[in-house]
Design a protein around this ligand. Structure first.
Ligand code: ADP
Ligand code: ASP
Ligand code: MG
Length: 415
């Protein structure tokens, strides 16, 4: 019997009415003969509410205790969904991450899944039960609850699908698939029927919130067929139609296919830029600046170092906005080692990226991107590229303008 994992996000679980609809949809798949594991998120807004409560008590919350609090939203969801299924006459059972157990490392608030014990889940499935597993959470080697980072239920679902060798992982959400860019920012954005794994990984890691990037990594590493589709359709929609809707992440590169040069645009508002001016240009300086940053567990994204003038250079890098204050503090503490350099920061910057495997065989994408931004008088502060993406850092006030202009330039609104 085919096993399928369903994941339902916050909006999809947003009210008891919506949860009843999720139960109807899940029951429909179970009635059609599938074994089903469901991974729900907390009800929409709930994780934010819990984190806000924590910060009222402790402005920089202790990470272990924060996870203890933030993980509870999903515990409510699994229980409610199990009840909704029981009320429909289905056999269902809910588990927290630690009950399963989903084992993680101890990096609280951004833990990584290390392994999953699937024995209990398999036993329930074989007994005909629908199994509901809390997303976003796991248990570390010392028995502490650890969460997987915001949007982490996607990763819980794909990891469950990988562990159980499910035939598919269906990510039900509040949009009907993966679009050329966030449809809430560009109304002309177009849904893609398929997206290559590589493009999806870039889009997700460059900010497209529709999938957490680690879930895409899991899908790739374990070849889990993964589809993003809407949870807001009629729950009794014909199963065949539903099974073919949305966007499928494809692993096969169709070499005969003529790829669009750019397939999508991602953006993140969540950036901050730090510049160290007038550092002595000598071996080891990058390490002197970034060593303490990395020791403080802060991830660095873009980096540039200028040409040196009279033995001094400028060094600029970006971190996520949540780490900005901490990063500035770290550099201020190490100022003496930086030979009198001055540290400047700007937490009002955004990153916009164009992504496409077609870039490999086309030249001129960068110049087309830069021309478009220049026509809109948007100043580019930093640039980074890889084989299939170009990212620019710009003032956050121009982010939406940039995304719309680029979407048009690269003709993403047309088939
Ligand atoms: P869920 O609660 O179901 O996990 P999320 O809010 O995390 O849902 O992700 C879905 C949202 O992702 C959509 O509502 C949409 O605004 C946003 N989004 C960003 N980029 C894209 C994209 N390229 N395609 C579709 N949705 C996107
Ligand atoms: N509830 C968690 C969050 O809001 C996990 C998720 O929704 O995927 O980030
Ligand atoms: Mg999400």
């Amino acid at each position: 019997m085919a096993l399928i994992v369903h994941k339902y996000g916050g909006t999809s679980m947003g009210s008891t009415e919506r949860i009843k609809n999720v139960a109807k949809r899940v029951a429909k798949w179970h009635d059609a003969g599938y074994q089903i594991v469901v991974v729900p998120s907390a009800m929409s807004g709930e994780t934010n509410r819990l984190i806000a409560l924590a910060t009222e008590i402790m402005p920089q919350p202790d990470p272990r205790e924060l996870d203890m609090i933030a993980s509870t939203g999903e515990q409510v969801s699994v229980g409610l969904l199990a009840m909704a299924l029981l009320a429909l006459g289905k056999q269902a059972v809910s588990y927290t991450g630690w009950q399963v157990a989903i084992k993680t490392d101890s990096a609280f608030t951004k833990a990584r899944i290390q392994s999953i014990d699937d024995e209990k889940v398999r036993r329930d499935l074989d007994a005909g039960k629908i199994v509901i597993v809390a997303g976003f959470q796991g248990v570390d080697p010392n028995g502490n609850i650890a969460t997987l980072g915001r949007g982490g239920s996607d990763t819980s679902a794909v990891a469950m699908a990988a562990a159980l060798k499910a035939s598919e992982c269906l990510i039900f959400t509040d949009v009907d698939g993966v679009y050329t860019t966030d449809p809430r920012v560009v109304s002309d954005a177009r849904r893609m029927k398929t997206v290559t794994f590589e493009e999806m990984l870039e889009l997700a890691s460059l900010g497209s919130k529709v999938l957490q990037s680690r879930s895409v990594e899991f899908a790739g590493n374990y070849h889990v067929p993964t589809r993003v589709l809407s949870s807001l359709t009629d729950p009794m929609l014909d199963l065949e139609t539903e099974a073919n809707s949305g966007t499928l992440i494809s692993f096969e590169e169709d070499t005969n296919m003529e790829h669009a040069v750019i397939s999508g645009i991602a953006f993140t508002r969540n950036e901050a830029k730090i510049t160290v001016l007038g550092v002595p240009d000598k071996p080891g300086i990058a390490y002197q600046i970034l060593g303490p940053i990395s020791a403080a567990n802060i991830e660095v994204d873009m980096i540039i170092q200028n040409q040196s003038v009279e033995g001094k250079t400028d060094f600029t890098f970006t971190v996520s906005r949540g780490d900005y204050v901490k990063a500035m503090d770290v550099l201020t503490q190490h100022k003496d080692e930086l030979g009198g350099a001055s540290v400047h920061g700007d937490a009002k910057v955004s990153k916009v990226s164009v992504v496409g495997v077609g870039m490999r065989s086309h030249v001129g994408v960068a110049s087309q991107m830069f021309r478009t931004l220049s026509q809109e008088s948007i100043n580019i502060q930093m640039i980074s590229t890889s084989e299939i993406k170009i990212s620019v850092l710009i003032d956050e006030k121009y982010m939406e303008l940039a995304v719309r202009a680029l979407h048009k330039t690269f003709e993403l609104d047309s088939e």
